[in-house]
Ligand binder design. Structure first.
Ligand code: ADP
Ligand code: MG
Length: 342
């Protein structure tokens, strides 16, 4: 075969292979965009586990009419402009690939209105050249993105979708993780028209604790202690469960770096090391932990789905987390009810 340039749609579909694994990955990308747009109300509607419909509606800043086409093109982002920005990323997105990728493997409609526009506009992209159609629409300030028939044109990917129930459970788990990353946001999740989660913005310590209890379960919140520790400008806070209470029913292992949900090896290793010999073989640590540090000290551009980070001072961060948690675990007398260990 002669060398040829891929059609925009095919190029986007290839990129989609990295970011869009399943319906939950679409929800993640859309919600991260809503958060980056400053939304504090996010409504997520799902039908048939997301294979029929994924709709994310927010009250964020919206996208100006003249930028709708760009929003759907690959490598188009409002979040970084140069290498300096890339080295200190504070937004959740920055690759400018999600909407282009998702729209190449679904029927995507983007409806948006900014506060200085009197009307909303709607955009759809289709075909091999990903031509975008823009027309007037009705929508309050903010953005709605509707993703219909995910993978309808990539049958090999569609085949990998599990049952609606399984796909929805991935979405619900993701929404839990997201809701634990942003207490100031009101979240709503429905499946096939039925309300599944409704979490009002939590702006006091008590309301935050209620959200943790709602998402991690009563057993978790009964045995979890609030912890907080700081070293220089690195801070860790959150809830950990005393080792004696850790059990299979307390499956709550959530960690965040600068507000990003992570499955970070270094962090997990540090947490395990702190729990160390406190745990029996069949016990797992249970925690909701937030690590905060200067964004220039972490590289988030490691993985397309941004699951991992690289710490510039990995050793120091690791040792800080181990010592902060070791101290906290030492201080945990048996069964304190959400005691404060500062
Ligand atoms: P990225 O998030 O990496 O910039 P995306 O493809 O996810 O790339 O989005 C492209 C652009 O579209 C964003 O940079 C942003 O300007 C705009 N955008 C997407 N979703 C929203 C939203 N919900 N509200 C406001 N702007 C949005
Ligand atoms: Mg994005």
């Amino acid at each position: 075969m002669a060398i040829r340039i891929l059609s925009p749609q095919l190029a986007n579909q290839i990129a989609a292979g990295e970011v869009v694994e399943r319906p939950a990955s679409v929800v993640k990308e859309l919600v991260e965009n809503s958060l980056d747009a400053g939304a504090d109300v996010i409504e997520i509607d799902i039908e048939k586990g997301g294979s029929k419909l994924i709709r994310v509606r927010d009250n964020g800043s919206g996208i100006p009419e003249q930028e709708l086409v760009l929003a759907l093109s690959r490598h188009a982002t409002s979040k970084i402009a140069d290498l300096d920005d890339l080295e200190a990323i504070s937004s959740l997105g920055f690759r400018g690939e999600a909407l282009a990728s998702i729209s190449s493997v679904s029927r995507l409609t983007l409806t948006s209105r900014t506060h200085d526009q009197s009307a909303a506009w709607q955009a759809t992209a289709a075909g091999r050249d990903m031509h975008v159609d823009v027309r007037p629409a009705a929508h309050p300030v903010g953005t709605s993105i509707e993703v219909l028939d995910l993978f309808f044109n990539t049958p090999a990917r569609r085949k990998f979708l599990r049952t609606d129930k399984t796909e929805f459970s991935h979405i619900d788990e993701l929404v839990k993780r997201l809701a634990l990353s942003r207490y100031d946001v009101t979240w709503q999740l429905t499946h096939n028209g039925q309300p599944v989660r409704r979490l009002k913005a939590a702006d006091s310590a008590e309301q935050r604790q209620k959200r943790v209890a709602a998402l991690c379960g009563r057993a978790f919140s009964e045995h979890a202690a609030f912890i907080e520790n700081q070293y220089g400008d690195v801070r860790i806070w959150g809830w950990i469960v005393q080792p004696e209470a850790c059990s299979a029913q307390l499956q709550c292992q959530y960690s965040y770096v600068n507000g990003r949900m992570m499955r970070d090896k270094l962090l997990n290793h540090a947490i395990r090391q702190a729990y160390g010999e406190h745990l029996l073989a069949d016990q797992q640590p249970a925690f909701v932990l937030y690590l905060e540090l200067d964004p220039r000290q972490v590289d988030v551009n490691v993985h397309p789905a941004k699951h991992e980070v690289r710490f510039h001072q990995a050793r120091l961060i690791h040792d800080f987390v181990v010592s902060a948690l070791t101290d906290a675990l030492h201080q945990l007398t048996p069964r304190p009810q959400l005691a404060i260990v500062a």
